[in-house]
Every structure is written in C-alpha cells, then in structure tokens.
Design a protein around this ligand. Structure first.
Ligand SMILES: C[S@@+](CC[C@H](N)C(=O)[O-])C[C@H]1O[C@@H](n2cnc3c(N)ncnc32)[C@H](O)[C@@H]1O
Length: 466
C-alpha cells in the first residue's frame, strides 16, 4: 500500500493540547467538589421522590424496597477506569459501594459478565480478591491491563521512545506484512490511517520492554481505533453513516495516539501507586457466565450487570478493535452465538413459540411472537440463559453470599420487557431470597442507543443465597 504524502505531527502542539485538557478537567473537578452532605432528597419532573447521591455512596446508605436513587459519578475516567470506552459500563462508585457493603477485606468476589472489569478494578482497590468472566477476548485483554500495575520509570522511558517514533513516522516504514487483513478493512479506514495504525502497532510490538507495558500501549492504541475509522464513534453498532459526514485526516491516528498516551500514563501511574499487593485478580479464558468452572461455595459475593436481550451486540461493537489487536481475522459468528442475549438464532428455532414458565414474561413473549417470532425467541433464549447463570452463581456462592444484579428494562418490538422482574422470579424459584430492590436513574448515555430501545432506569437487585 502506497501513499504519496503525509503530515508530520508536532509534539509541542499535542502536549499543549493535552495539558489544556488536563487543566480543564482539573478545574472542572475543583468546581464539582463533592458536597459534604452528599445525600439529598429531590423530586423529579414527574413528582417522584428521588434520593440524589453525589460522588461516594455511604456504605450504610438506608435502602427501602422500590427507592429511586440518582447517583452522580465523579470517577468515570479516574485511574484505569477511563482507559477505554465500553458500552453499559458501571460508574465506579456503584461497584465500590456494593463491594464494601456486601463483602469484607480479602473476600472473593466474582463478576460473571465483567465487560471492562469495573468490578474487578474496584474489588482490587478495596482489597478483595476477584474473578472476572467474559466470553470476549477483547474484554479479558482490557481487564488484564486495567488491573495490572506498572513501573513508573519504565513507563516514562517507553513513553519518550514512543513519542519519538511517532514524530519520525514515514509511510514507507510500513511493510505489507505489518498490515492486518480483515473483512472490509479498506471501507472502514482510509489508506493513510491504515498505514499509521499498522506503524503504531509495529512500534508497540518492537518496544524493548515488558509484555505488561506493551499491553498497556495496545489498549491505548485500541482506544483510538473507532475514532480514526470511518464508522460512527457513538453507536453501539460499528456502522458507517454517510449522513454523519465524519472526516478523518492523514496523521490523525498518530496525533490521537500521542494524545491518548499522554493522558493515560498519569492515570496508570496513579492506579499503580494505589494498587495493593497480594490481592489476586483472575480472568479465566475457558468460562462462560453459564458455565463457571469453580467448585461449589467458592465466592463470598457476586456482582454484575448482565447484557440485555436485543440491545448491544458486543462482538460487533468491538469488531475493529478485535481485528487490529489480532483476536480475530474473519467471522465473529462463534463469539456472537456465545453471547447471552444473542441475535444469532436460526429460523428453525424461532418458528414455534417458546415459553419460559414465568407468567409475566410469557405474556410479553407471546405478544412479541405475534409481531416478530425471531425477536420472541431471542427474548425467550435470553431469559433461559439468565436462569442458567442464576443457577451457576447460586452453586458457586457461599451460604448467605449475595448476588447483586444491576439490570434495566428494554423494549422489544414496542413491548416493555421488564428484565428485572423476570430475573427476580427466576432467582426466587432457584432458592435466592430477594433482600432489596431499588432503582438507579441513568442520566447520561455515553453511547447512543436507538430511542426505542433506550433504558433509563437500572434496577439493583440484592439476592441472598439461603
Ligand atoms: C453490560 S456488559 C458489562 C459491563 C461491565 N459491568 C462494566 O463495567 O464494564 C455485559 C458483558 O457481558 C458479556 N457477555 C455476554 N455473554 C456472556 C456470556 N455468555 N458469558 C460471559 N460474559 C458474557 C459481554 O461480552 C459484555 O462484556
């Protein structure tokens, strides 16, 4: 692949830009100082009573069933939490609070749908051992980077080397074999960007340093991929929207990568300094939320936010990152099928109406079936998979251990699908006792979800194994 011109980048400009951004964020943080009395009762536009909590959630916050909370987060991009976008990610204060409330020092916590491992980062910082399960290799890689402390001096040395390499970029330094091949590559990316990304990846691989540091740089690299592709940056699907008129210019990948490493390195150092020693975090490769290969009664606490039926297609969401990081070359079909909430279902399966045995759910599934048998089967299969997960967690939890599930409702073919209520019914049938349920209002969506499918309240269910 050949391009005739390229635009050299100026490190001074990039450093000045990052500094300005860091200053702005810092000033914003000062303005946003969490009030001393950070728990207040307010009334929303519909006259509903809401308890607003700013920042840290008090461990002993009183909870009554059905309470509605508005949690204002200040930590979404603190430490390693902000290294990479991830759809439907927890805001860190939530798992931090739940972990402290329902477990103790050195306990063992599991998140069976860990996503970007917010639970594991918070468990580690709170000195709880933890396990995170996710079927996505991208998620496990991101998780590993987010919980692995690295040496400050070595990281600074690598940063200097990397910035030098970026300034010295020339397209002819990229050989054909440095460029990965994957479906529709040349539609997703402009040719100048493909060369720049291949160059960055090669520079990371050639760094003379530890694998942990290379992995950290790979996650920084991954975090810019969507923004320098031709796909919409803010959509849960990876799609090119002609109407969006997105422009990506030569040297954007080099510039963004430099910005990202300058922004993320101080956060990684801060995390590394806070990270306690002798606390284990494990991300097993061969597990699934429906098949947790641990012995009975292993865990003290389980905490998760499962996917929704018919909502985010995670493999498709991360497909460009997956290809560039080398986790897949072609079809993602196998991964898609493993997802709870998968849309990969065969016509043979959805021809007939399948029911779950949960009265309320079956009424909705029947209504969906009359409009769209395929969606009805997706919803049915989702609940059956969630039931398997509930049984697995029940088995691996110690007696009196809690399973805290954060789950929203969604709409399928215009029908409100009240996940949380169906999950409560299934959990109670298995033997869990519902200790508490309360709502967390979602004020901002970080990634656009189509209006019809938008979820605006998360329900938090606290289940106890008796
Ligand atoms: C809502 S996200 C979790 C987000 C997470 N709480 C965070 O803070 O980043 C749900 C995750 O479940 C994963 N998932 C889907 N099916 C799964 C399965 N069968 N086993 C384990 N994980 C699965 C998806 O890959 C996705 O990362």
């Amino acid at each position: 692949m050949q391009v005739s011109d390229y635009y050299p980048i100026s490190l001074d400009e990039i450093e000045a830009k990052v500094l300005k951004k860091l200053k702005r964020n810092w000033m914003q943080k000062c303005e946003d100082v969490e009030p001393l009395d950070n728990v207040k009762e307010i009334t929303n536009d519909f006259g509903e009573k809401i308890i607003r909590v700013d920042g840290e959630i008090p461990v002993d916050l009183p909870i009554n069933n059905g309470d509605r909370f508005l949690f204002i987060s200040y930590d979404q991009s603190s430490l390693t939490h902000g290294l990479h976008k991830y759809p439907a990610k927890f805001f860190p204060e939530l798992p931090r609070w739940l972990i402290k409330r329902y477990s103790k020092d050195k306990d063992l916590v599991i998140d069976p749908f860990m996503g970007s491992a917010t639970t594991n980062v918070e468990a580690l910082l709170a000195r709880r051992h933890s396990v995170g399960i996710d079927i996505s290799p991208f998620s496990r890689f991101l998780a590993k980077v987010k919980v692995t402390p690295i040496n400050e001096q070595e990281l600074e040395r690598c940063k200097k080397g990397m910035l030098r390499l970026l300034v010295n970029y020339r397209p002819e330094k990229v050989a054909n074999e440095d460029i990965p091949t994957f479906p529709y590559r040349d539609n997703w990316f402009n040719k100048e960007i493909i060369l720049e990304l291949a160059y960055i990846k090669k520079c990371i691989e050639n760094l003379d340093t530890s694998e942990d540091i290379k992995d950290f740089f790979k996650i920084c690299f991954s975090s810019i991929i969507r923004s320098v592709s031709n796909a919409d940056d803010n959509c849960t699907r990876t799609v090119i929207r002609k109407k969006l008129k997105k422009t990506v210019n030569p040297s954007d990948a080099l510039r963004r990568f430099a910005e990202v490493i300058l922004t993320n390195i101080p956060k990684m150092i801060e995390f590394s300094n806070l990270c306690p020693k002798n606390i284990s975090v494990t991300f097993p490769e061969d597990m699934d939320a429906r098949n947790i290969k641990y012995e009975n009664e292993t865990f003290d606490l389980a905490l998760t936010s499962p996917p929704y039926a018919n909502a985010v297609d995670y493999p498709r969401m991360h497909q460009l990152e997956t290809y560039w990081l080398g986790f897949a070359k072609g079809s993602l079909a196998t991964l898609k099928k493993k997802q709870v909430g998968t849309e990969s279902v065969t016509a043979k399966k959805y021809k007939d109406l399948h029911l779950t045995g949960i009265k309320e759910a079956d009424k909705v599934i029947t209504r969906i079936y009359n409009k769209d048998p395929r969606r009805a089967y997706i919803a049915y299969k989702y609940l059956m998979d969630m039931e398997t997960n509930l049984k697995e967690i029940y088995r691996v939890l110690k007696s009196n251990g809690k399973y805290v599930i954060v789950v929203g409702n969604n709409k399928i073919r215009g029908e409100v699908f009240e996940n949380w209520k169906y999950i409560i019914s299934m959990a109670e049938n298995i033997g869990f006792v519902l200790e508490n349920y309360f709502a967390s209002e979602i004020i901002k969506h970080f990634i656009k979800v189509p209006r019809e499918e938008r979820i605006d309240t998360d329900w938090i269910l606290v289940l106890t194994k008796r």
